[in-house]
Design a protein around this ligand. Structure first.
Ligand SMILES: Cc1cc2nc3c(=O)[nH]c(=O)nc-3n(C[C@H](O)[C@H](O)[C@H](O)COP(=O)(O)OP(=O)(O)OC[C@H]3O[C@@H](n4cnc5c(N)ncnc54)[C@H](O)[C@@H]3O)c2cc1C
Length: 506
C-alpha cells in the first residue's frame, strides 16, 4: 500500500515539501541495509524530516489518525530504524541536531536526537569533559544510544553504561502526547531523571532501549564526567592509516594474558576492588586482528596460531590517571594482581598498537574496520550480570560453539567473546561476535542453528546472557528468565500504543 496523495500532502504541509519524499530511488536507498539479516526487505511509503518538536508531534498525531506506522531514524545503523512492514513511514531526525545546552557547573548536556558522537564528543573533550560514548562510531546518534538502543562501551569499567547517565527526558508518546520526566516536569531543570511520583525510566529506556516502541524522544539531558588525559589527543596520518596518541605519562596500556577465563575473571574482579584502570576489558581477538590490519590479505597473514594464542585470553587495561604518582600506584597494583594470578605480559607491540589508537578508548573510529571482511556478522548475547556469572557464560560457549566453528557454519574463532566489567566490577557485559560467509547461499541455516543453540543453552542453564530488549520473538523466548518481562512489556505497549503505530516489530 502506498500513501494516498491526501495523506502525503498533509505530511508535506507539516514539514514543507523539501523535507518529504516518496521517490522510488530515495525509498530504495533507505531500506534496511543488512539483507543477510532474517527480516523482510521493505521500503517505507515515505520519508519525512521534521525540524522541530511541534512538527514531530503533528506527524505522530497524523499517523494515529490514519493508522500509519512510524519508525524514527538518525544514522540507521540498526535494522530497527527501517520499515519492517507495509504502511510505514520513516521519520528521519537528522535536522533536529542541536546541542541545546552544555552545563559545565552541574555537569550535564541537553541534546536533540540528530546530535552525533562526532559532534558532541569534541565539544566536551575540549572543555575537559567526556561521556560514555558507545563504540558504534562517530556517526551514531548520541540520543538513540542513550535512550533507545543498548549503550555499552569499552570504557565502562571506570564508569558505567549509558542508561546510568540519562537525566531529564522529553518524549512524544505513540498517541502524540508530550511528556517530560523527572525534574523537568516540575520546571526544575534537567538534572534529575526521577520524581516526584513513579519513575518512567523503564518506559523510556529500561536496560536496552525500546527502539521507538514507546514513542519518539525529542530531547534528553545526559550526565558528563571530567575526563582524564589531555583535552586534545595527538593525531597523525589519514584515516584509516592514522594514529591517535595521548602524549602524557598519565596514560598507559598494559595487557596481560591469562591461562583461562577463571584466572582472567579473578584479575578483573581485583582491579575493580582496587578501583584502578579506566578501561579493563577481555577483548575479542577477531575484531582486534581486523583493527590491526589494513586489508583482508593482511588479516589472513596475521591470523596465525601464535597471534591467536597471544590474544585469546587478554586483559586489556588502560590506566589513565591525574598524576605520575597515581600512575605508579595503579601500575604497581596491576602488576601485583597479574603476578598473583599467573598473568603473562603480552608482546609490547600489541600494547603499542592500542597506545597508538587511543580512539579505541574514545569514539572508536577504528571499530568500523571490523566490518571490512565484507561477510555477515552479528553480536549476540549482550546481557549483563555479575562478573562471575558473565564469565561462566563465556566459559560455557566452548561447550556448543565447536559444532559450528569446526564445520565452517560460522567463522572459526571459538573464543571470540568480549567481557567488559562496569562500575569497578559491580557487574559485567558480554558480547559474542560471530561472522560468516554471506556469499554462501546456505549459510543462514547454520547461523540460525547457532543462534538457537546459544539461546537454548542460556535457557537450560538459567544464564542471564541475552538481554530481552524490545517486543520481539526473541524476547518472548527469554522473557521467563527475566520475571516474565515479555508479558509486562506487551501489556504496557497495548496501554501506551493502542493503535500499534510506534515501530511495532511483532
Ligand atoms: C559496528 C557497530 C558497533 C556498535 N557498537 C555499539 C556499542 O558498542 N554500544 C552500543 O550501545 N551500540 C552499538 N552499536 C549499535 C547501534 O548502532 C547504536 O546503539 C547507535 O546508537 C545507533 O545510532 P543510530 O544513529 O544509527 O540509530 P538508528 O539506527 O537510526 O536508530 C536506532 C534505533 O533507535 C530508534 N530511534 C532513533 N531515534 C529515536 C528517538 N529519537 N526516539 C526513539 N527511538 C529512536 C530507531 O527507530 C531504531 O530502532 C553498534 C553498531 C555497529 C554497526
Amino acid at each position: 500500500m502506498s500513501l494516498s496523495r491526501e495523506i502525503y500532502n498533509e505530511l508535506a504541509a507539516i514539514v514543507g515539501s523539501a523535507h518529504i519524499s516518496d521517490k522510488p530511488h530515495i525509498l530504495a536507498g533507505n531500506r534496511a541495509k543488512t539483507p543477510d539479516y532474517p527480516m523482510e526487505y521493505k521500503s517505507a511509503e515515505a520519508i519525512v524530516r521534521p525540524g522541530s518538536v511541534e512538527e514531530l508531534q503533528a506527524i505522530v498525531k497524523l499517523c494515529n489518525k490514519y493508522g500509519i506506522i512510524f519508525a524514527p531514524m538518525v544514522s540507521g545503523v540498526m535494522p530497527t530504524a527501517f520499515a519492517s512492514r507495509p504502511n510505514t513511514i520513516i521519520i528521519q531526525l537528522s535536522r533536529m541536531n542541536r546541542i541545546v545546552e552544555i552545563n559545565e557547573e552541574d555537569r550535564y548536556v541537553v541534546i536533540e536526537p540528530g546530535v552525533r558522537h562526532v559532534q558532541l564528543y569534541p565539544e566536551l573533550r575540549k572543555r575537559g569533559f567526556s561521556y560514555t560514548a558507545a563504540s558504534v562510531g562517530p556517526g551514531g546518534s548520541v540520543l538513540a544510544n542513550f535512550t533507545s538502543t543498548s549503550g555499552d562501551h569499552h570504557t565502562q569499567h571506570g564508569n558505567s553504561r549509558a542508561n546510568r547517565y540519562l537525566l531529564g527526558v522529553e518524549m512524544i508518546l505513540p498517541d502524540g502526547e508530550i511528556i517530560r520526566t523527572g525534574s523537568l516536569q516540575t520546571g526544575s531543570g534537567w538534572f534529575c531523571p526521577d520524581g516526584p511520583g513513579p519513575g518512567l525510566r523503564g518506559i523510556v529506556k529500561g536496560y536496552n532501549g525500546n527502539h521507538a516502541q514507546f514513542g519518539i524522544i525529542t530531547r534528553i539531558a545526559i550526565a558528563i564526567d571530567p575526563c582524564k588525559g589531555p583535552a586534545e589527543p595527538e593525531m597523525s596520518g589519514i584515516s584509516p592509516h592514522h594514529t591517535v596518541r595521548m602524549n602524557t605519562p598519565c596514560s598507559k596500556v598494559i595487557i596481560y594474558k591469562f591461562k583461562d577465563i577463571d584466572h582472567l575473571r579473578d584479575a578483573m574482579i581485583k582491579t575493580g576492588e582496587a578501583e584502578i584502570g579506566s578501561t579493563v576489558i577481555k577483548y575479542f581477538y577477531l575484531p582486534a586482528t581486523l583493527m590491526m590490519t589494513d586489508s583482508a590479505n593482511d588479516f589472513w597473514k596475521m591470523w596465525t596460531d601464535e597471534h591467536k594464542a597471544e590474544l585469546t585470553m587478554p586483559l586489556i587495561v588502560h590506566l589513565a590517571t591525574r598524576s605520575e604518582e597515581e600512575m605508579k600506584y595503579e601500575e604497581t597494583i596491576l602488576h601485583d594482581i597479574a603476578a598473583e594470578l599467573g598473568g603473562v605480559r603480552i608482546k609490547r607491540e600489541y600494547e603499542e598498537w592500542w597506545e597508538n589508537h587511543m580512539d579505541f578508548f574514545m569514539i572508536v573510529s577504528r571499530l568500523q574496520s571490523v566490518l571490512r571482511l565484507g561477510g555477515g556478522w552479528a553480536p549476540i548475547k549482550l546481557a549483563s550480570d555479575s562478573v562471575a556469572h558473565i564469565c561462566e557464560v563465556g566459559k560455557n560457549i566452548n561447550n556448543f560453539i565447536h559444532d559450528f566453528t569446526d564445520t565452517g557454519k560460522i567463522f572459526d574463532a571459538p573464543e571470540d567473546y568480549q567481557i567488559i566489567p562496569m562500575e569497578y566490577g559491580h557487574f559485567a557485559h558480554i558480547e559474542l561476535l560471530i561472522m560468516w560467509d554471506r556469499t554462501d547461499p546456505n549459510v543462514m541455516k547454520g547461523v540460525g542453528e547457532f543462534r538457537a543453540a546459544s539461546r537454548q543453552t542460556d535457557i537450560d542453564n538459567h544464564f542471564h546472557a541475552e538481554m530481552p530488549v524490545f517486543l520481539s520473538p526473541g524476547s518472548m523466548q527469554i522473557g521467563p528468565l527475566y520475571s516474565n518481562f515479555h508479558i509486562w512489556l506487551k501489556q504496557l505497549k497495548e496501554a501506551f500504543d493502542p493503535n500499534n503505530v510506534a515501530n511495532p516489530m511483532m
